[in-house]
Design a protein around this ligand. Structure first.
Ligand code: NAI
Ligand code: 15L
Length: 265
């Protein structure tokens, strides 16, 4: 690719992806509502609010691919989620439609299906069971992406990320963890595959205790390499096993299932 757009570039994953995605394109266009820092060699920085349709239209122009990490990443008020995750995503897809339909890797979340019990093995074609307004916004995002695929042929990878952090830090993450390197490897497969279409992909490393089945997207050739099991002893030594009735042990979305609806702006 000539130019890859990375939204959410000032966030936790965005900062980790900056160097890891550099090899995918001649130029990396880094964008966020917050400042991602000065551009390095072969980088451009564009401060942009996803809720600003005209700014997003300019942002996407000239890009051959988009890794969309920007937006509200935890439970929050409907007003904030609406601006960044609903309106922001619509603006992004409209801009992509106007500018040659670059492939989009959409950072969806396990919280779109968070109310499934941890005993269930999911394939990706089951009904959504969002565990809060944040999860609902990811279900909206997947549906929006799917509609742009059916109507306009816009290809997207709907990556339901588990827990993408430097290392797993609790028992739930023995199942849900996705390493930064594995996410970057997935992005490479998404942009290099001859055929993408619009698959749901479970964003988890090769965890022995994993919950999710990626057979339906195997044609992309992504083979995650890391495994949260390497941290099991450390995690188990750090504290007692939670009660099986506790949300963190019961639901795939863990404690998000206990979040209240956050009022206000
Ligand atoms: P983060 O909260 O650290 O980064 C999100 C970035 O989006 C922030 O830098 C923020 O300034 C930016 N942003 C928020 N509103 C914006 C707006 N209106 N316009 C432009 N930029 C805006 O989140 P993180 O952990 O880096 O996650 C990245 C993406 O992956 C998010 O979409 C999140 O929902 C998704 N995800 C992350 C998981 C994880 O474990 N880190 C798990 C599942 C999904
Ligand atoms: C997410 O969707 C969040 O963005 C992240 O902060 C974590 O809470 C993650 O899910 C998780 O479920 O561990």
């Amino acid at each position: 690719m000539k130019r890859l757009l990375l939204t959410g570039a000032a966030g936790a994953m965005g900062r980790a992806m900056r160097s890891r995605l550099a090899g995918l394109a001649e130029t990396l266009r880094l964008s966020d509502i917050a400042d991602p820092g000065a551009p390095g060699l072969d980088e451009e920085v564009r401060i942009c609010d996803l809720a600003d349709a005209a700014a997003v239209m300019d942002l996407v122009e000239g890009c051959d691919g988009i890794v969309h990490l920007g937006g509200i990443s935890v439970e929050d008020s409907f007003s904030k989620i609406m601006q960044a995750n609903l309106l922001g995503l619509y603006n992004l897809y409209e801009a992509a439609r106007a500018h040659g339909r670059p492939r989009i890797l959409f950072a969806s979340s396990n919280h779109a299906i968070g109310y499934y019990p941890q005993s269930r093995r999911l394939k990706g074609d089951e009904p959504f069971r969002p565990d809060g307004l944040y999860g609902v916004s990811k279900a909206f995002g997947e549906s929006l992406a799917r509609m742009y695929y059916e109507k306009f042929g816009q290809e997207s990878a709907l990556v339901r990320i588990g827990s993408c952090t430097p290392q797993p830090s609790d028992r739930r993450m023995l199942s849900s963890w996705l390493s930064y390197d594995d996410f970057a490897g997935l992005a490479a497969c998404v942009f290099r595959a001859p055929r993408l279409e619009c698959p749901v992909i479970w964003g988890a490393s090769a965890n022995d205790a994993g919950w999710w089945d990626n057979a339906a997207s195997a044609y992309l050739g992504w083979r995650p390499k890391d495994n949260a099991e390497a941290w099991r002893a450390e995690i188990e030594a750090a504290g007692p096993r939670p009660s099986p009735d506790a949300a963190v042990a019961r639901y795939q979305g863990g404690v998000f299932t206990e979040n209240p609806i956050i009022q206000g702006d």
